[in-house]
Design a protein around this ligand. Structure first.
Ligand code: EPU
Length: 301
């Protein structure tokens, strides 16, 4: 979707940067996604006004974070994407409280906190993506989830059209799911982290990194796990038991390393990946009677 020059000029006056004809394949870890205009939201305080402009012009949009858990349609897209620039300021630390922009890289945040003797996030070290994305889906690994550390979130809420602050206890964090609305945009978060000596945190980080390297296809293009684990079961183990590692639809392939990672082994399209997802879901259902739920977020045209 292309924004006309008149609207682009209005958005730029509000401090946004409009990039025309961006290939989202270059902004996602799966390297899949069509083309559209991208708006970089450089000034938080003007976001409500920017959203009013988009609404009045009937321009559909999606918020793109780190692009590490999303499968985007091919071709010219029917929506634009809004994006927060990586991070405008370093983290602000006061005692055990850490204030971080949602656009910050999650791994860099974990490391920065560690260097200030603040732990608790070790398990998240290899989880790719932004702090905002991790927050939205309550990212977790190796026994750590971000949710329990959240004390405050500043966000743009489409429902009110305003920037609001929610306290941690006003947000529900479940397994790979939160009570944020799909059109809420995380802006900043305040975390409360336990004090821990850097060396101890580093040792924890090392263990998680090793476990991850041993079981996950880190050097292949993926969106992490495709399916959520059903209660009491492992999607990866079931897919593996069905001997589906290496199974493919064109260049969309079940990883031969971890069966719940689907990788782009060349020039996979969104259509290929969706066919593979449906095929594997059907086979798991036929064999185990379990309907796997997507963890990856799909943006259709
Ligand atoms: N397994 C197999 N074959 C496979 C993959 C796994 O038999 O191909 C078995 C393993 O041997 C193990 C069990 O399944 O006994 C669980 O596997 P693993 O420890 O790899 O964990 P997982 O449940 O597959 C979850 C998260 C990961 C997270 C790891 C580590 C989900 C959907 N996945 O994977 O998160 O990194 O635990 O904590 O919850 C993600 O969400 O994108 C993700 C990668």
């Amino acid at each position: 979707m292309r924004i006309n020059d008149n609207v682009a000029a209005r958005l730029e006056k509000l401090g946004a940067e409009v990039r025309s004809g961006v290939s989202l394949a270059e902004h996602t870890s799966l390297a899949i996604g069509g083309t559209t205009d991208q708006i970089l939201l450089r000034r938080y305080e003007s976001i409500p006004e920017i959203m009013r402009v988009l609404k009045s012009e009937n321009i559909q949009h999606q918020f793109l974070g780190g692009g590490t858990n999303v499968l985007i349609a091919d071709g010219e897209l029917s929506f634009i994407v809004l994006h927060l620039p990586s991070s405008r300021e370093p983290l602000r630390i006061e005692g055990n409280s850490v204030c971080v922009d949602a656009g910050a890289d999650l791994g860099a945040t974990v490391t920065y906190c560690a260097k200030h003797d603040l732990g608790g996030l070790e398990g998240l070290i290899g989880v790719p993506g932004s702090v905002g994305g991790a927050l939205r889906m309550n990212a977790g690994a190796y026994g750590t989830q971000i949710g329990p550390h959240v004390r405050e979130v500043e966000l743009y809420r489409a429902a009110s059209g305003e920037i609001e602050t929610l306290r941690g206890n006003e947000i529900r964090f479940d397994y790979r799911h939160t009570s944020f609305a799909p059109d809420d945009l995380m802006l900043r978060v305040r975390l409360e982290l336990p004090s821990k000596p850097y060396k101890e945190i580093l040792a924890g980080i090392k263990v998680c990194n090793e476990k991850r390297r041993a079981s996950q296809p880190l050097n292949q293009k993926s969106a992490g796990c495709i399916f959520k684990n059903p209660p009491g079961a492992s999607a990866g183990r079931m897919i593996d038991e069905l001997k589906l590692k290496g199974h493919r639809v064109a260049d969309a392939m079940v990883s031969d390393r971890h069966a719940n990672f689907f990788v782009n082994a060349g020039h996979a399209t969104c259509v290929d990946m969706l066919k593979l997802i449906d095929d594997v879901r059907d086979r798991v259902h036929a064999a185990y009677g379990i309907e796997l739920e997507n963890e990856v977020i799909v943006w259709r045209n």
